[in-house]
Design a protein around this ligand. Structure first.
Ligand SMILES: Nc1ncnc2c1ncn2[C@@H]1O[C@H](COP(=O)(O)OP(=O)(O)OP(=O)(O)O)[C@@H](O)[C@H]1O
Ligand SMILES: [Mg+2]
Length: 359
């Protein structure tokens, strides 16, 4: 046992090259026992590669990977106490549901009576009782996916790795399976490392989210923290919507700071940079305010380009003089203004987040 033993999976300074392509960069991640941790990021950012390195299907170029406190780089995939569910269900088409789920135990020569017992338990868990005699091609996508999950869970792995397991499902089934999977994970107390590029799915299901960009870990936090306090411009943009204003910190007084933005003056709460340093101010569309007259401390302004109703909310687009488009979302329409009006932007100071990653 060592200092990392409280973590069930650890990656320490992991790098991965495919030829000269540096796809994972000094990656550090500690997964806690029993947590639902999601790797989230755009296509090609390295999510699948990280999962495959943990599972043992891909070697890391350098760094350390531990499962339950033990280094696994030299262990074969089947020697690691992890199981994987891929996006394509990869069920055996010629086998029944029963035999598909039983497969992992059959190859280990577990006694038949115990296999029957455990398959039954799994069928109940994924709510597919009565389906044991069916072949996969006679089932829906969601049902097949549940068979794939049962087949992985029957081995009782400490860690289950899931690579976009709901990717092939339609929206309604996907939402249903999100809730089911989360329920299963909590009930069985199995650690999930889950991959998706769908930020809403990540927000709904995860205890913590690791946001990746180009093989780099940008932020690791709870969904709530990632949304409220994005650490980088990439995270602010990728998780939800945001309005980003680049600027330089001018002065700090007791509780507030003034920022000279490229597009005008603005105010924020005290922030971690020094006067003269660059920063980006992030304001979410739902807390962005505007008025027909200037507000103290702010000189950002623009013209209302359009106001549209998108079903759940009213969206206003304001084009600033430098061409930047500011998004405003409201539950109710604003009747005081119309398209073409000039408005002045402002916000409650505690609604703005200072991001200090300007490079
Ligand atoms: N076997 C391979 N050989 C060479 N390059 C690879 C290989 N597998 C992945 N890559 C490259 O590594 C990078 C990361 O790929 P990866 O599959 O991990 O991305 P991802 O985040 O899972 O993307 P997606 O959301 O599209 O599945 C990409 O640039 C990809 O082209
Ligand atoms: Mg992938």
């Amino acid at each position: 046992m060592d200092g990392h033993a409280e973590y069930i999976v650890s990656l320490v300074d992991v790098d991965k090259f495919f030829g000269s392509n540096h796809v994972i960069r000094k990656f550090n991640l500690n997964v806690r026992q029993g947590e639902f941790l999601t790797l989230l990021g755009p296509s090609g950012c390295g999510k699948t590669t990280i999962l495959r390195m943990i599972a043992g299907f891909e070697d890391s170029t350098s760094g350390m990977i531990k499962v339950q406190g033990e280094r696994v780089e030299d262990k074969e995939a089947f020697e690691r106490d992890v199981n994987t569910v891929f996006q394509s269900y990869a069920l055996f088409p010629h086998m029944t549901v029963f035999d598909n789920i039983a497969y992992g135990l059959s190859v280990k020569k577990v006694p038949k009576s115990e296999i029957r017992e455990r398959v039954k338990e799994m069928l109940e868990l994924v709510q597919l009782m009565g389906f044991e005699g069916r072949k996969p091609d006679m089932m829906s996508g969601g049902q097949k996916q549940r068979v794939a999950i049962a087949r992985a869970l029957i081995n009782r792995p400490k860690v289950l790795l899931l690579d976009e397991p709901l990717g092939a499902l339609d929206l309604k089934l996907r939402k249903q399976m999100q809730i089911e999977l989360k329920r299963l994970q909590k009930k069985l107390n199995i650690t999930f490392v889950y991959v998706t590029h769908d930020q809403e799915e990540a927000m709904t299901m995860s205890d913590r989210i690791a946001v990746l960009n180009g093989g780099v870990l940008e932020q690791l936090d709870t969904p709530d923290q990632v949304y409220k306090f994005p650490k980088t411009k990439f995270v602010a943009d990728f998780i939800g919507e945001s309005n980003l204003f680049d600027g330089t910190l001018e002065v700090i007084s007791d509780e507030t700071a003034r920022v000279a933005g490229d597009a005008g003056e603005m105010m924020i709460e005290c922030c971690p940079v020094e006067p003269g340093e660059e920063l980006t101010v992030c304001v979410r569309p739902e807390v962005m305010k505007y008025s027909k007259t200037p507000v103290d401390g702010f000189t950002l302004s623009g013209i209302i380009k359009n106001m549209i109703f998108v079903g759940s909310q009213y969206r206003t687009l304001i084009v600033m003089d430098n061409g930047y488009e500011v998004k405003v979302n409201r539950v109710k329409p604003d009747k005081d203004v119309k398209e073409g009006d000039r408005v002045f932007l402002y916000w409650d100071l505690d609604d703005a987040v200072a991001i200090c990653d300007r490079k």
